[in-house]
Design a protein around this ligand. Structure first.
Ligand code: ATP
Ligand code: MG
Length: 392
């Protein structure tokens, strides 16, 4: 028996005149993901998308899992393809539908007949298939008002389909439809979640990771690459920029007051990120900051680092508690990797008494002890770029 995926999209249907652009982006993304699983055709009809395996070698399970992570879809049903005869439909219903009914006691059949040449009306199809289910599953009852599950029969031009229940899709907007942004990706819990949340709203992601070799290790960098790989299952491929802050951090250590180390470092990070964003046409910067989480994330500290960005800075975790962020990290499967114990450049030369209410003039006085622009340019000259793609 041949199975297909029937996908429903959400917010997109509100998109008036631009709707077709969004639909095209969604279908393109589904086709790209399908290539990895043996080749699927992706076709749109009204507000549904049909994903059809091209041959028996296609990996349906793999594709189903991948499609559940595609932004823009709200629901995914697995559907069986049936011959366009009542006997053919009934036979498939008997073998395919019962597993979907487990845990349910009541059902109703909804039939749709797009092919008006089909000899029975939708009502007749529903009544007949209802009877088939009642005899195959004697514990089930029909409840047309409030059923536990709906069994669908669709008679279309090419074939008939039956499906029951629906799996939740990833929601959000399709890949890249909101533009592109640069995620500051550390090895922690928050920044992968921040990237996920903005990709969900349709941003294509590039990421920058700051390392401080040899104060941070190759293992720490490897962990960040693995995190990006896990994220890419949701966000699509991520172009990764790695920039070393070693020289900057040593210069800060040797020339500036310890209390200001973290704030100054974060000003460098923001300035470098803004330059990378500018050079790569990325319209936004994304961080995993959460208000008050640590000294560098007080309102006053954010006010000192924010002005280095010349484009919008998105901080989707800003109003979230750690527990709420962790719930999402678990959902997207980055949590276990994030808690592996490797050092981050932010924890190298950390001040014992970081400023929580910094004043900009004092920060600038410290910053002016060094040639800020020259250090930024030097760090950028050593930038390494690679592509991170998901292993499904
Ligand atoms: P956690 O708070 O879970 O340790 P985090 O990723 O939030 O992880 P913070 O120290 O809170 O780490 O840093 C705040 C934000 O600054 C991060 O969310 C991230 O966007 C950015 N950041 C911190 N360190 C780095 C780094 N080494 N490379 C790139 N961005 C970083
Ligand atoms: Mg954090």
């Amino acid at each position: 028996m041949k199975e297909i995926l029937l996908c429903k999209y959400g917010e997109l249907v509100l998109k008036g005149a631009n709707r077709s652009t969004f639909e095209a982006a969604l279908c393109r993304e589904l086709r790209i993901r399908g290539k990895k699983f043996g080749g699927f055709t992706v076709e749109k009809s009204q507000s549904a998308i049909y994903i059809v395996p091209q041959n028996d070698e296609c990996d349906m399970e793999g594709m189903f899992e991948a499609v559940r992570r595609v932004f823009g879809l709200v629901g995914i049903s697995r559907a069986a393809v049936c011959p366009k005869t009542m006997d053919g439909i009934a036979e498939i219903v008997r073998s395919y539908i019962p597993p979907f009914l487990s845990g349910c006691r009541t059902f109703k059949v909804v039939a749709k007949r797009a092919d008006k040449t089909f000899p029975l009306t939708s009502m007749d199809v529903a009544a007949e298939i209802g009877g088939v289910i009642l005899s195959a599953c004697p514990h089930m009852r029909v409840d047309v008002h409030n059923p536990d599950i709906i069994v669908n029969v669709e008679v279309r031009e090419s074939a008939a389909f039956v499906h029951a229940g629906q799996f939740k899709g990833a929601g959000g907007m399709p890949f890249g439809t909101a533009g592109a942004g640069l995620l500051l990706l550390s090895g922690g819990i928050d920044s992968p979640v921040a990237g996920f949340m903005m990709a969900k709203r349709g941003l294509r992601l590039e990421a920058v990771h700051f390392e401080s070799f040899p104060y941070t290790s190759e293992l720490a960098k490897d962990k960040v690459m693995r995190l990006a790989k896990l994220m890419a299952r949701w966000t699509g491929p991520i172009r990764m920029h790695v920039v070393s802050l070693t020289h900057i951090q040593e210069a800060l250590r040797d020339n500036c007051e310890e209390d200001y180390f973290t704030l100054l470092l974060r000003r460098y990070m923001m300035a470098i990120a803004d330059k990378i964003a500018g050079a790569n046409e990325l319209g936004a910067i994304i961080t995993g900051e959460s208000l008050g989480q640590v000294a560098s994330q007080t309102l006053q500290a954010l006010a000192v680092t924010n002005p280095l960005a010349t484009r919008p800075v998105f901080r989707p975790c800003i109003g979230m508690d750690k527990e709420e962020i962790i719930t999402i990290a678990r959902h997207i499967d980055t949590f276990e990797t994030s808690i592996e114990p490797y050092e981050d450049c932010c924890t190298v030369f950390t001040p014992r008494h970081p400023r929580t209410k910094p004043e900009l003039e004092k920060v600038l006085a410290q910053q002016n002890r060094l040639d800020f622009d020259a250090l930024v340019a030097e760090a950028l000259a050593g930038e390494e770029i690679s592509w991170i793609r998901a292993d499904y």
